[in-house]
Design a protein around this ligand. Structure first.
Ligand SMILES: *[C@@H]1O[C@H](CO)[C@@H](O)[C@H](O)[C@H]1NC(C)=O
Ligand SMILES: *[C@@H]1O[C@H](CO)[C@@H](O)[C@H](O)[C@H]1NC(C)=O
Length: 255
């Protein structure tokens, strides 16, 4: 037995040599080297406290944030409690030129921030967009935070997060059709600091199987608009999405 193990040892050593050379080949991966360099560079940059400030714009005008929503599912329309639940991916794009970098290869498209946590990447400013009609919400974090951040060389950022949100809607049982709004707004920044825009080409997408099993109603239409709300503290940027639901079978309420 011992003899056999001794005889096998050279084979094992050869195998180990092969594995370790395979690892060193992996470390020569130019794309990996670039990502490693950029991670170190970005993390050291984002240590500075000012990185938590709203990004500067070239002429000091409001920062533009572009939003796109992918509706993954709609469920639990609760006509008695005036609420419904949506599972969606919220994508936001903006530019933070403090994070711009020069890749060593022209093929390098964007840097993917892989060590992202629940609150996003450490010290990188993320828009504070919230849902005005929110009653409750949670983000999805298993098996890993359902969130991504891409940083393009010119400082353009794309942040995406999967969220399930229960929203208030003044549904009316005895009407054929009703509208439920999803309104996005900035909590902190007035329109002099930040503007919200729907993504021009694709403001929203809806997964084909979404809203197919709602009891008694179906999703008839979706429209998007932009809005500005006046409050005691000033004008606030906002975006509106209206989901129009229709009852399949509608009988006029008897009077
Ligand atoms: C924001 O968008 C508006 C409207 O498209 C544009 O006029 C303005 O220059 C943009 N601002 C910045 C900082 O890009
Ligand atoms: C959806 O709403 C838009 C804007 O109000 C309208 O032009 C369009 O005809 C509607 N589509 C349907 C299927 O109702």
């Amino acid at each position: 037995m011992l003899q056999e193990i001794k005889m096998l040892l050279p084979t094992f050593s050869l195998l180990l040599l092969c594995i370790s050379s395979a690892i060193s080949v992996k470390n020569d991966d130019p794309n990996y080297a670039e990502r490693k360099r950029l991670t170190e560079n970005l993390l050291s940059k984002s240590e500075a406290p000012h990185m938590q400030l709203r990004p500067p714009t070239p002429t000091g005008t409001p920062l533009n944030v572009t939003v796109n929503i992918y509706i993954r599912d709609i469920y639990d329309i609760d006509e008695d409690r005036n609420r419904f639940t949506v599972q969606l991916t919220m994508r936001q794009e903006w530019t933070d030129n403090r994070l711009a970098y020069t890749p060593t290869s022209a093929d390098f498209k964007y840097f993917l921030f892989e060590n992202i946590g629940h609150d996003g990447p450490p010290n990188i400013w993320i828009p504070d967009t919230f849902f005005r009609e929110e009653i409750s919400a949670f983000d999805h974090r298993l098996p890993h935070f359902n969130q991504l951040l891409r940083i393009y060389p010119d400082g353009h950022l794309l942040h995406s997060k999967r969220i399930t949100v229960e929203l208030h809607c003044s549904t009316l049982k005895n009407v054929k059709e009703y509208d439920c709004p999803i309104t996005l707004a900035s909590y902190m920044y007035p329109t002099s600091d930040l503007n919200l825009y729907w993504r021009e080409l694709d403001a929203y997408q809806i997964w084909g199987g979404a809203a197919t099993d709602l009891q008694g109603v179906y999703l008839k239409n979706v429209t998007t608009n932009s809005c500005t709300r006046k409050t005691l503290l000033g004008d606030w940027p906002c975006l509106d999405m209206t989901l129009t639901f229709n009852h399949h079978l509608y009988e006029c309420p008897s009077s």
